[in-house]
Design a protein around this ligand. Sequence first.
Ligand SMILES: [Zn+2]
Length: 267
Amino acid sequence: MVVNARALLTDALTSSGLLDGYDWSLEVRPRRRSVGVTVEPGGRVVIAVPPTARAEHASRLIEIVASNAQWLSTHVAKSCASVPTPPEVSLNDGDGFSLLGNSHSLRLVDAGSVSTERRPCYTSWYLNVPRRKVAAHGARPIIEWYMTEGTRWVEAQAPRWLPRLDLTGDKTPELRVVDLGKRRWGVYRPNHHRVELHWTLFQLPPDLVEHVLVHELVHATRPGGSAHGPEWRKRMTAFMPRWQHLRKELDDRGRSVWTGAVQQRQG
Ligand SMILES: [Zn+2]
């Protein structure tokens, strides 16, 4: 490959705007025979080209990247979201926390309050937490952040569902994000007409969280029969046809969420 072909092809791709917002690079791969568009863990995009690539291949390269645009956006989102959250955290800089599928890297700060700040990977953020709060309360400020953000999400999403489920007016259930312990993602409490969602749930992608919200809201419509009997299933399928698929994914991915445990810090 001519030395500056890489730079020229990189410029051409940059000008095309197709990769705006991505953390990406164009790499020459000696064994490649064709262009490859790949996503690395964490969401970094690599456009791999063969050593025979030349500057005059720019328009063909742009075509290839354009034809992969949809695939790319889906896979970068997934890959950013799948940065593994360890079951235990140490409360040190760099600990990973996922919120609704977006990864956040803990950054202890000397002043201010708990806040988030965008990082270069476009679905990735810093989670700024004051050092003194961690020293005094351990993981509590982070759990409270999940509860606050979870409540915000529920308040934004519930209005789309309540009218469809005929849960408006005095039929509207109370909605809360709480700690439900180890075994449940959500619960409907008929005596209080209240739906409660577990804060740990909000580490998962929005479609999985929404599935739990709808599951509990369908309980709140008080279908006849047993809790997950034919009437409940019929309503669940009517409102969310993919619910069984989503439940399976929840079972799979839900196993690796952080439940608030903190490793003993060294020293
Ligand atoms: Zn249920």
